[in-house]
Design a protein around this ligand. Structure first.
Ligand SMILES: [Mg+2]
Length: 369
């Protein structure tokens, strides 16, 4: 594949409601879009970094810089047989995973059109529809949270994930479990606790949770192993796993029994597939996490989730759960049984809602070789 030009867009979409985690409260979805021109086709990818370095060290500005000054000039210089070749070629660049994942996604989108195969076909997907759940942010009161759980259940989502932090954990879970004893429930702390709070975290064991996600520091795999010995609830790692090697180390240490895979966090779909395969070889279940992606990032995540070892519902809800208007048309929709359909045709571009895209674009630049 010869890439002749690249466009970067900074977009900002209003979220339907604010979303609060233990580290941030978001009212808009900001992201970068990467549009590649080559082989008479266009490929699209989404950069999932936030405007501030709160989830990981990257920001939309650092991603713009790395793309414009490092990755794009490099990409325009050579021919690429496959996206994996590009990944190997940029392997010497340290970290900056979200920046490279955005461009890599656009390469996969272009490559799938060149091959006339969907991403699910290219990646060995085994499902036409995937189970999904929703993630509910931290609220001020239970009265604010309960209607959202009720609505999620009524819409047919297969499991509910609650964001937790100290002060919004045991009592909330107690009330939720009392009201919904059978609900498939998991929690995500986004690194809000320390190992010294192990005893407190063990109180969550009584609520029959599917998993607890990333309770301790964002870069830790050692304390998580100590914590795992003191909890019955399985630990799932998110932030701490940024490569297949780090995944292997964490599993060797016993730090996690389940892995959340987010392409942005690990440098793209090539790395995501490697982590998926590694986990499969060790009988460790995976699920596809979410970064409030627009449809442009959500469609390839659905293809990823169709791979065989994504056995737990992913955070890939319907577009309308987060946005009044997504960047794609038709939007991602939830079917009656809590599943979402995996794209059957290659090419994100055919689904673009250009009016919405132009409405929400704040800045764009084009680069050519
Ligand atoms: Mg998480």
């Amino acid at each position: 594949m010869r890439i002749e030009g690249v466009e970067l867009r900074y977009v900002c979409l209003p979220l339907r409601t604010a979303f609060e985690t233990s580290f941030a409260r978001e009212t808009d979805k900001e992201c970068l879009l990467v549009r590649l021109f080559g082989e008479g086709l266009q490929g699209w990818g989404e950069v999932v970094a936030m405007s501030a370095p709160l989830y990981n060290e990257e920001t939309l500005e650092t991603c713009w810089h790395i793309l414009r000054d490092v990755l794009i000039p490099f990409t325009l210089k050579s021919d690429w047989d496959r996206p994996e070749d590009w990944c190997r070629a940029v392997g010497h660049i340290r970290r900056n995973y979200m920046a490279r994942a955005g461009l890599e996604a656009a390469l996969w989108d272009l490559y799938s059109q060149c091959q006339n195969l969907s991403l699910a076909q290219l990646w060995g997907g085994t499902r036409q529809r995937v189970e999904v759940g929703i993630s509910l942010g931290i609220e001020n009161t239970l009265e604010d949270l309960f209607p959202q759980i009720e609505a999620g259940i009524n819409q047919g989502y297969r499991r509910i994930k609650l964001k937790i932090k100290p002060g919004w954990d045991v009592q909330v879970l107690q009330a939720v479990r009392k009201r919904w004893p059978e609900l498939v429930l998991q929690v995500d702390a986004n690194s809000a606790y320390r190992l010294e709070q192990a005893e407190h975290l063990a109180e969550l064991d009584q609520f029959d949770l599917l998993l607890i996600e990333q309770p301790l520091e964002h870069d830790d795999i050692v304390d998580h192993a100590s914590l795992a010995g003191r909890l019955k609830t399985p630990i799932c790692l998110d932030e701490s796993i940024d490569s297949v090697d780090q995944c292997r180390r964490a599993l060797d240490l016993g730090s996690a029994k389940i892995i959340n895979i987010k392409p942005g966090r690990v440098g793209g779909y090539t790395a995501s597939r490697a982590i998926h395969d590694h986990c499969l070889s060790r009988s460790i279940p995976c699920w596809v996490g979410g970064m409030l992606e627009t449809g442009i990032g959500r469609l390839p995540n659905l293809a990823l989730a169709s791979m065989p070892n994504f056995t737990l519902p992913g955070d890939i809800s319907a577009s309308k759960r987060y946005f009044r208007r997504d960047l794609i048309d038709p939007e991602v929709v939830l079917e009656d049984d809590g599943r979402v359909r995996v794209p059957e045709r290659p090419g994100v571009g055919q689904f673009l809602d250009w009016k919405a895209l132009d409405l929400y674009t704040r800045r764009s630049e084009k680069y050519t070789g």
